[in-house]
Design a protein around this ligand. Structure first.
Ligand SMILES: Cc1cc2nc3c(=O)[nH]c(=O)nc-3n(C[C@H](O)[C@H](O)[C@H](O)COP(=O)(O)OP(=O)(O)OC[C@H]3O[C@@H](n4cnc5c(N)ncnc54)[C@H](O)[C@@H]3O)c2cc1C
Length: 160
């Protein structure tokens, strides 16, 4: 995810869900660029979650939280401040997915959907599944599901 920043708040109610609002936010001024209703399917846990502009990686967790709340408050009023939990992931700080030398960044997703990923390897002992292997929507949820289906078919054909 390169330098993405993900933020999320849980709430006691889904106050954003009314005739005039859905919890979906797109903002060109930020700091939250995108935000969605992340409540559960049963409708008894409520959350807003989305992406913060990557340039905020150097702020503290507390500063990011405060800035995000300020933005949510500007849309929904003071009720937005009454959250239960705040969680975030600053991908730039994730040691297993970030290269320290920022001048040598890998071009993201450059081999997505490469046909080699969809071939059985090591004499039918290694199968590669995952969103990035898919010929359709590689790197996306649809790609992940398609890829799982492809590997299932491959295994079934080989080990019938
Ligand atoms: C922040 C973010 C936002 C995204 N937004 C969207 C979006 O809006 N729309 C969209 O379509 N896609 C989006 N994606 C992409 C989508 O979520 C991924 O492409 C998809 O979830 C990948 O699915 P997967 O099954 O290939 O891999 P994953 O979901 O990554 O599953 C891999 C699993 O393997 C496990 N694992 C890793 N190593 C080992 C090991 N050694 N042993 C056992 N288990 C292991 C991991 O814990 C993980 O559970 C987003 C991704 C991120 C990170």
């Amino acid at each position: 995810m390169h330098d993405s920043i993900r933020i999320g708040f849980t709430y006691k109610t889904n106050f954003w869900n009314n005739k005039k609002s859905s919890g979906t936010i797109y903002s060109g001024v930020g700091p939250i660029n995108e935000c969605y209703d992340h409540s559960n399917a049963n409708g008894n846990l409520y959350a807003l979650s989305g992406f913060m502009n990557a340039s905020f990686y150097n702020h503290t967790r507390e500063e990011r939280k405060t800035l995000a709340l300020k933005q949510l408050q500007s849309y929904y009023g003071p009720i937005a401040l009454d959250f239960e939990n705040y969680e975030e992931c600053v991908w730039k700080h994730e040691k297993h997915t970030t290269i320290g030398d920022s001048t040598n960044n890998l071009q993201p997703q450059q081999n997505n959907g490469h046909p080699l990923y969809r071939k059985a390897q090591l004499n039918n002992r290694l199968f590669i599944a995952g969103a990035e292997t898919s010929a359709v929507f590689p790197g996306k949820m649809e790609g992940a599901i398609t890829s799982a289906g492809n590997v299932y078919k491959l295994l079934k054909a080989i080990y019938k």
